[in-house]
Design a protein around this ligand. Sequence first.
Ligand code: SAM
Ligand code: SF4
Length: 356
Amino acid sequence: MSAVNVGMPRARLPEIDPSAYEAAPGAPLVDTFGRVHRDLRISLTDRCSLRCTYCMPEQGNEWLARESILTVDEIERVARIAAAAGVTTFRLTGGEPLLRRDVVDVVARLAAVRGPDGPVQIAMTTNGIRLPELLPDLVAAGLSRVNVSIDTIRRDRFAALTRRDRLPEVLEGIAAAAASDLRPLKLNAVAMRGVNDDELVELVEFAVSQGAQLRFIEQMPLDAGHTWDRAQMVTREEILGALSARWELTPVPGRGGAPAERWRLDGGPDTVGVIASVTAPFCGDCDRLRLTADGQLRNCLFSTTEFDLVPLLRGGAGDDDLDGMLRACILRKLPGHAIDDPGFLQPARGMNAIGG
Ligand code: SAM
Ligand code: SF4
């Protein structure tokens, strides 16, 4: 069983007893810190219709080779094995998942997967472009929830930030999601200094007007240009400070393993969330595992090690071998992302190629 190290010396990986790599079909995916993994993020493509500055370069992206992209059969097989091991949610992401031509088929095939406790949930994170045309078929295929990313509702800012003048299409996508039965509807916004940090209240008001919950995300060091600067990022405290000037914020208890902390606005029903991956990491409760579009398993967004499923999927390996690889990946999971460690290395892949 082989793991490919990406930018990190192998000697720094925790030593795991090789016998622990054995397949254990049906047993939960528990790591060495007792975290049970229930959520598989599946990236469908590294390609995208936007070029958000914090995620992708403007030009010169090295795309994954087309032949390396997992087929719907391969994705379904991994999902079935993960579900048998207790994964209950598949979140489709990318790149932009709606750019994948067979996205409706992917949803239909995954929605038919059953775990020991029955059906799984199929969620999607999208930039919203193409939602109006695709949402009815996605819902019919079994999509359970959708998150749409929108960092600004001002057209000039959107064009500068995403390097594409496509805000109207994103707004139409959000309107389509709001008109559907998919709930809860969540909107994601990365808070950025000098870009949208004067627009935080406006973004929440917009989300509320759509019947959606806004979740602010602290910017993470995952940009293709490696330009992230901790001193420049807008923190959870700053976000809460800005919102407190407009609303009384009451914490919502019962977060569980969810990345977002939530607050009621003026006693609620409406809420706002903050995903403070940098200043208040939630690694201790992480239940997530990732599959890249080219078949690499990752146990963390910030992982510098990947576990290659392609030789198994395309080399005639049995389901037990794939189950064993899932467990090997989980057993190598570190306690946290260590962004603040002096030796922190940003992963070689940009966010669009990892799957957010
Ligand atoms: N294209 C889809 C979208 O934008 O929703 C799905 C993929 S995108 C990588 C998933 C999420 O990751 C988005 O909400 C995006 O804002 C977020 N994201 C991307 N790069 C990020 C970064 N450097 N820090 C924090 N969030 C980031
Ligand atoms: Fe595309 Fe999403 Fe990355 Fe923006 S954040 S460039 S929409 S993958």
